[in-house]
Design a protein around this ligand. Structure first.
Ligand code: ASP
Length: 152
């Protein structure tokens, strides 16, 4: 999972991605939205392909500038590119495109069906945690770190 971006948009977002022993993937994302949001705003978080995405090979969850994430369908795009580029490189490329196309920032966490977990952010910081076979690891990612293995 991941928690918050520590910035003005921090709505207490928590994302979770999982893969089971049979390779079944799942993703879930919860948020308080953004500071000063308009009544009725939905944002990217519950929109499949924007803030949350799972397909047979991987699962992804995002936090950050919801309007920007929606415009590029960020998590779906990462999934689409991951087949060729791999999950980490796909994240880095999609976040770079998000910046170029919208000026927005975001953080993402993802896992593939083999159990490799990757995360990346263009926000100043993003906290992540990873649990596998009884071992739990947590750390704070920075934008400078690029895409990183959750368990690295
Ligand atoms: N993406 C969320 C939203 O726009 C906010 C966040 O993740 O910090 O509602």
């Amino acid at each position: 999972g991941m928690a918050g971006d520590g910035g003005a948009n921090d709505g207490g977002t928590v994302g979770a991605v999982a893969v089971d022993a049979a390779g079944r993937t799942a993703a879930a994302t919860s948020t308080g939205g953004i500071v000063g949001k308009r009544r009725g705003r939905v944002g990217d978080t519950p929109i499949v392909g924007a803030g949350t995405w799972a397909e047979p090979d991987l699962a992804l969850s995002a936090t950050g500038d919801g309007e920007a994430i929606l415009r590029v369908t960020l998590t779906r795009q990462i999934g689409w590119r991951a087949g060729e580029a791999g999950l980490g490189r796909s994240m880095a490329a999609a976040l770079a495109d998000l910046d170029l196309l919208t000026g927005g920032t975001a953080g993402v966490i993802g896992v593939d069906r083999a159990g490799a977990c990757w995360a990346a952010t263009t926000t100043p910081t993003m906290a992540i945690a990873w649990a596998a076979a009884g071992v739990v690891r947590a750390k704070v990612l920075t934008a400078a770190a690029g895409a990183a293995r959750c368990d690295g």
